[in-house]
Structure formats: C-alpha cells, structure tokens
Design a protein around this ligand. Structure first.
Ligand code: FEO
Ligand code: CA
Ligand code: CA
Ligand code: CA
Length: 569
C-alpha cells in the first residue's frame, strides 16, 4: 500500500500486516530461525526434549528453562555468552502427566523450580544457524535453589533472616525473573518480578504487623500459585515468614565467570522489578531506572554515590547510593523524590525491604503498570512502557494508594497502554527534575473515539496494545514489544497477535516489524556482537509452536537476520 511504501522510506524494513495465526512473521528480506527452546539440552548427557513428559525431571536443571524473557549478550574473548531470564512456568505444559499442572510430589516441585531463574549459555553461529554450545564451561542454570548472596544496606537485616540462614546473607534462588539489564562493567542484572505467587501459607499469614502489611502490599496470599508450599516448607510463610523478603530484588550476575555467586543488590529496593536500565550521569555516577509492574505502583531510580571508573572495582557501585521515586505533575514537569530515613521516617533497611510503603509516604505518582524502561543512546531521554490498567481511578488490588486519572496515566479504562518519556533537567539522568510527555498512547483509531483511539502516531496500519518490552538499538531505533490482548476482536480488532514494532524517537512514527504466534507475548531483545542477528523472545506461545501437530508449545528465543546479511540494529 501507499502507506507501507511511505513508511518503508523511513524504516529499514517494509512494515508487515497484523497476523492471527500460530507462526512468526518478519518483513520481506528478513529470515528467522530458532536459537533455543524450553527443554533443549545445555549439557552433555542430557536427553533431547520429550513431548510426552515435558522433559525428564532429573535433567531439568541442565536444559534451557521455560518462558524466556529479558536477555543480554556478552563477549569474552572469542566467546559470545547470552544471559537470559526464565520468568515462570506453565505447569500444565511442564508437568503434562498431572491433571492440571498441580505438583503431585516434591520431585514435581523441584522440576518446576529448576526450569526457572536464569540461563547463562555460550552461543555460536554455525552453518546451520545459531545454537547454544552444549557443555560450554560458561553454561549455568541459576534456578530457584541456586546459591546467591545478599548485599547492600538491607543485607543481614532481621527481616531477611531465616532458620537456615540466621545471618540473612545467603539465599537460595532467584525467581519471577522478568526484564534484565546490563552494566557498563559487563555484568547482567536480572529482575525479580512476580515472586509473591510462589508463596503460600498452610496455617495462616502470621507475623508482626509490618510483616503482615508487607504480605498485603506485595500480594502474598494463603493460596500459592504453583503449589510449592505443599512440598517445600521454604515457600510456606506459616513456617518461613521471612522467605518472601529475600525476593523482589535486582540480582547482579557475572556471566563471564562461571564460578561467581550472584548478588542481590538491596540498595535498588524491593518490589516487582520489571527491568533495570543502566546509564551514566555526566559525572560518571551510575543511574538505574526501575519499574514496579503492578497497577498503581511506582517508577523508581537509583543513583550511585561514586562514579563508575573503568578498570576499578565495581562491587560497591550498586550497594551505595540513593533510591528515588517519580512524581509526575500535570504541567508535564516531574521530580525524583529521594527515599531516605529522613524523608520516609523508616529505618534504611526496612525502607528498602518495603520500598512500596516508603514510596507511598512520599506521595509518588501511581502508574499504569510500569514495564520496561529504555534510555535513548542518542539523546538524554528515557522511555517507560505503561502497559495497561483496568483499575485506574479505583484503589489498587494490593492495598496501595488511590489511583486518580491524570498526568502520564490519562485514561480510566486503560486497556491499551502508553509509553511515557522524560527529559532529565540539564541533560543529566541524575538530576532531580524532568519534563515528560507521552511518546505514544496506544488505541484503536478504527473502533474507538477520543483518547481511546490513541495518539496521532497510531494508525490502522500499526495498531497494538499493551507495550511491555522495550530497547534501543545502536542505530537509535526504539523497539517495542507487546504483551496484550490478541483476540483481534472488539476494541482489539485490527491489532492481531502480539508483536514487535520499531519506533522513531524523533518523528514518533511506529511500524510493525514482527508478529508472534497467537497466545504468545514478545519479550526480551538483544543482538549478536556483529549486530547481524537480533535475538527475540517468544513467551508462552499457543498452539504447538514451534513444533508440529501434537507437540507441546515451547517458549523459544528466535534469531532474526536480514537475508542479505546486513546489520539489524
Ligand atoms: Fe514479567 Fe511485567 O512483565
Ligand atoms: Ca514484561
Ligand atoms: Ca506484561
Ligand atoms: Ca510475561
């Protein structure tokens, strides 16, 4: 069409139409393939994936995990290493022998625990395309029982102590690993999001008033989501009341050192972390933008005390600094409110452990579910996906603050989502003030009117809902991935399956690049060292993708290349 041709002059690809099938689609001139799927062996001696069993329980800590999400690539000498999150499980698929995915034994629970967390793996491109290097010394599975340490101001606090870890310094596992981040010193940041669902209570939600208030604000219920608590007392808060406090953190992993122990960085606060977008202030201090993905929760920023100095020790950088929370004003100004014992009236460690409660005391702006944040490499500005919010105007589910319509959250029945952008004062990401606008307000210009039709850069040809994953490429294009309603009906008609779009940050133009199989969300994006391959995550696909009729659907990372071998970002 004329529209597609016009857009093609401004994007390095011809935009594709919305799709409703169970396949992946990419533009003409591009090819895609599978890098790795849930259950693929990462170590020698592991059997190939078996669709009848969902993979052997005994091998479940030596295969690629389930539900791929945030990821980053690292170069070590001649090796390319990928660190990638395995966010959660689809138990009815992972345990196909059970009636409904409810674990029937400790072995079932262990299998689910093994399939999640983080995968670190060497990858290589050969004549048959990209694949993990089976048995590479870099390969690791950092699952729900992998040893980690706790660092920063909350490390060792009484609220982090348990019977098996009386010092409150050593925790098993990372969970709910959603988005990711990468530091300038070459480490991987994995973000613990929906940790609450792994916990249940066999004998009531006990504990002191502050602990009980925390359970409420963070969504710990008597009924766990995965049935862990029936077989693993660590996840039964009636028995281990402090265990939930040991999750909800950002965890730093050195993918270049297979012997290194991951470190939970408590200075970055405890909430349902989406991703951790790292940039540097002009003076070299480390700035980390952080979203808390819950209706009516907040947007945060961490600023280190010390500057990053290449070649010097970096262990202290994410331990010593200040956490801030965002307040947006209706006049399109905003400010970062410092969270300190003085401003919140809370002791430092407790303020970080219950960061949501602390931020409420400062009157921060309740947001429409902050998902990924991305910093533009070519301009001093940052973007955050506010994915959707069916509760705007009501109290939140989690016992939080009132959520009035206004500022960057302008719609009450926000089914479509928007992307807010802010411009730090003085071109300094560590500054206290900023200006903001909306880069895009998703909507349906065909079926809706007014604000629900979307902003002018939303057209019949690029409609989408629920922006979630987001990253800039080195050329300055903003890639947007969606996790939304893919019925293609009603107010979602014309949007089709979840998708990946490219946005021009200067003109605001947006074009559809890739569509996922129906049922899937698109989440996780990074590039090979030579930027000739784009890695894209396909999470919870429907149908039997990427296999044949009768196969279990398998979350997978795909590779996208140009057929002519040119750069893809
Ligand atoms: Fe795991 Fe908010 O997405
Ligand atoms: Ca997400
Ligand atoms: Ca989402
Ligand atoms: Ca997801």
């Amino acid at each position: 069409s004329a529209r597609a041709q016009e857009a093609a002059t401004r994007f390095p690809f011809t935009p594709i139409a919305a799709q409703t099938d169970f396949q992946v689609h990419v533009p003409e001139g591009y090819v895609h393939d599978i890098l790795v799927s849930w259950g693929d062996p990462l170590f020698d001696g592991v059997q190939a994936f078996d669709h009848a069993t969902g993979g052997a329980a005994a091998d479940s800590d030596r295969v690629f995990g389930e539900n791929t999400d945030g990821m980053e690539t690292f170069v070590i000498g001649a090796h390319q290493i990928m660190a990638v999150n395995n966010e959660y499980v689809n138990p009815e698929i992972n345990l196909p022998q059970t009636a409904d995915g409810t674990p029937a034994s400790a072995e079932d629970v262990r299998k689910l625990q093994n399939l999640q967390g983080v995968t670190v793996m060497e990858i290589v491109e050969g004549p048959e395309g990209w694949a993990p290097v089976k048995g590479s010394r870099f390969n690791r599975r950092l699952h729900h029982n992998a040893p980690m340490t706790i660092a920063g101001p909350a490390a060792g606090h009484a609220l982090l102590q348990t019977e098996v870890d009386p010092e409150g310094l050593n925790v098993l596992g990372t969970m709910g690993n959603c988005g990711a981040g990468k530091t300038p010193w070459g480490t991987y940041l994995t973000c613990e999001e929906n940790f609450n669902g792994y916990f249940g209570a066999s004998d009531g939600l006990g504990g002191e008033a502050t602990v009980q208030a925390g359970y409420k604000r963070y969504g710990i219920h008597e009924q766990g989501q995965y049935g862990y608590e029936a077989f693993d007392p660590r996840f039964d808060v009636s028995k281990t009341p402090n265990e939930p406090h040991r999750f909800g953190w950002v965890v730093e992993i050195d993918p270049t050192n297979p012997d290194s122990t991951p470190v939970k960085r408590t200075a970055l606060g405890r909430f349902k972390h989406e991703n951790a977008e790292v940039t540097l202030a002009p003076d070299g201090r480390v700035v980390v933008y952080l979203g808390d993905d819950e209706r009516g929760e907040f947007l945060y920023r961490f600023v280190s005390d010390a500057p990053y100095v290449p070649g010097e020790d970096t262990a202290h950088l994410l331990n010593e600094g200040t956490l801030y929370v965002a307040k947006f004003h209706d006049d399109q100004s905003g400010e970062w409110l410092a969270m300190t014992p003085e401003t919140t009236g809370m002791e430092l460690a407790e303020m970080l452990i219950f960061a949501r409660t602390a931020a409420s005391k400062l009157g921060a702006t309740t947001m429409d579910r902050p998902e990924w944040i991305a910093v533009n490499p070519n301009a001093v500005e940052a973007y955050c996906c506010l994915t959707n919010n069916k509760n705007r105007g009501l109290k939140t589910n989690a016992g939080g603050d009132a959520t009035p319509v206004g500022g960057p959250n302008p719609r009450e029945a926000n089914k479509f989502g928007q992307i807010v952008r802010w411009y730090p004062a003085g071109d300094d990401h560590a500054a206290d003030g900023f200006q903001w606008d909306l880069y895009v307000m998703a909507g349906n210009p065909e079926t809706e009117e007014g604000a629900y039709a979307g902003s002018p850069n939303v057209t019949a040809g690029n409609m989408f809902n629920s922006p979630d994953g987001m990253a800039f490429d080195s050329a300055g294009l903003l890639w947007i991935q969606t996790d939304g309603e893919d019925s293609n009906e009603g107010e979602f008609a014309g949007m089709g399956n979840n998708q990946q779009l490219a946005g021009n940050p200067v003109t605001g133009e947006i074009a559809r690049f890739l569509t996922a199989p129906n049922g899937a969300e698109v989440t996780g994006l990074c590039w090979s060292a030579d930027r000739r391959t784009m890695f894209v995550g396909i999470q919870h696909p429907g149908g039997h993708w990427p296999g044949k009729e009768g196969d279990l659907p398998r979350s997978s990372i795909i590779t996208v290349k140009r057929a002519d071998g040119a750069l893809v970002g």
